[in-house]
Ligand binder design. Structure first.
Ligand code: NAD
Ligand code: MG
Length: 390
């Protein structure tokens, strides 16, 4: 029996993970579930999946959850300490890192330092702390498996010795596919007026609000470019983005002999989750088989960097290195929250990120303290810009 901790259990990835786990009751058991503030939802999940531990954000919510669970044999913890404890507990085999944003960094690192198998959805953690994160994976013998669909696709298409280096193993470049989001055909002038509801209505994927807005600005693809560089030891120049509106090809690997390998499937996160959970075996994920006759065609376009400025900013931050990706990420988190809260327009997200990158001190990301300082400073600068713009 594999014991699983799901960080961010009430989210979109958390719920897909629990769906896959529940299909295989003889292989996987839920050890711990965590949520930030949706206590009622977490209580329901605890009743269904019977974890040994549940973690919420605050002591007040912990008492509320305890009351809701009414005598069920489940220990309730709270705060960062609670998250770190269930991410690193000796009984745990696998941790799904599915908290959104920088809040996921500490517990994800705790799982890595405890040498766990980590299923990574929380790309922001890796974007912030790239080198330190990958170094910790090496040092502590953790197994890092991507469940972001593009990176999971690339992982499936790479040769098994890819860690010897991409050129050494015949890989020319990695091709990240992007759906183009809900505004692929919206003009730049129309973009100024779009609402959070429109931004969150993704054509192919149902996801949390933050990543939905990131998909609409294409910052998501920018974060994924940085994520790919760290996961596969690629330089930014070795990663290209191709817009593919049907979201059937989840990414591709281009080899020096002209072969291009792709992973295809219906757009459903249960496929990459099941792949990583059972790797190197294969298990049923509940996803419908792909019907190529019904699909009939696939399209590909170059991304429009005039319209999707965030993608360009992310590539520049990747090239600059150091704490630039952490600054980009923090400014984006503040700007997206501002957009969702009605304080900023859609196009101001990129402006806030750009201004913050211009103003912040970028230094070498050689300690976690440096990264956390850069994150804090970027949040301050971005919040000032947000206040000025609203
Ligand atoms: P979501 O908003 O649906 O869920 C987020 C989860 O994180 C919730 O359980 C919430 O309780 C928890 N959380 C939020 N803030 C927290 C905090 N401060 N402390 C502790 N927990 C907190 O998000 P999602 O769409 O499931 O995305 C989760 C992560 O996975 C993100 O990093 C996202 O980029 C990545 N991802 C998501 C998808 C997808 O299809 N949804 C695909 C690829 C990658
Ligand atoms: Mg993705």
């Amino acid at each position: 029996m594999q014991q699983i901790t799901v960080l961010g259990a009430t989210g979109s990835i958390g719920s897909s993970t629990l769906d896959v786990i529940a299909r295989h009751p003889n292989e996987y058991e839920v050890f711990a579930l965590t949520a930030h503030s949706r206590v009622n939802e977490l209580a329901q999940l605890c009743r269904r999946h019977r974890p040994r531990y549940a973690v919420v954000g605050t002591a007040v919510d912990a008492r509320k959850l305890q009351r809701l669970l009414n005598g069920q044999d489940c220990e309730v913890l709270y705060g960062e300490q609670g998250l770190n404890q269930v991410a690193s507990a000796s009984e745990v085999d696998t941790v799904t890192a599915a908290i959104v944003g920088a809040a996921g960094l500490a517990p994800t690192l705790a799982a890595i330092r405890a040498g766990k198998k980590v299923l990574l959805a929380n790309k922001e953690a890796l974007v912030m702390s790239g080198a330190l994160f990958m170094q910790a994976v090496q040092e502590h013998g953790a197994t890092l498996l991507p469940i972001d669909s593009e990176h999971n696709a690339i992982f499936q298409c790479l040769p098994c010795n890819y860690q010897e280096g991409l050129p050494q193993t015949g890989v020319r470049r990695l091709l990240l596919t992007a759906s183009g989001g809900p505004f692929r055909e919206t003009t730049l002038s129309e973009l100024a007026q779009v609402t959070p509801e429109q931004a969150c209505a993704h054509p192919n994927w149902s996801m949390g609000q933050k990543i939905s807005v990131d998909s609409a600005t294409m910052m998501n693809k920018g974060l994924e470019l940085i994520e790919a560089c760290w996961l596969f030891a690629a330089s930014p120049g070795q990663v290209d983005v191709v817009v593919h509106p049907q979201s059937i090809i989840h990414s591709l690997v281009d080899y020096v002999d002209g072969s291009v390998l792709a992973q295809l499937g219906n757009p459903d996160m249960r496929t990459p989750i099941a792949h990583a959970l059972a790797w190197p075996a294969r298990i049923d994920s509940g996803v419908q088989p792909l019907d190529l006759y019904q699909l009939a065609r696939m399209d590909f376009f170059e991304p429009d960097l005039e319209k999707f400025v965030c993608l360009r900013l992310a590539r520049e931050a990747a090239e600059q290195g150091g704490t630039a990706p952490a600054v980009l990420n923090a400014a984006n988190e503040v700007a997206v929250a501002g957009f969702l809260g009605g304080q900023a327009g859609f196009l101001q997200i990129a402006q806030i990120v750009q201004r913050t990158l211009e103003q912040a001190d970028i230094c070498a990301a050689d300690s976690l303290d440096c990264v956390l300082d850069a994150d804090r400073q970027a949040r301050e600068i971005a919040s000032q810009w947000l206040a000025r713009m609203s």
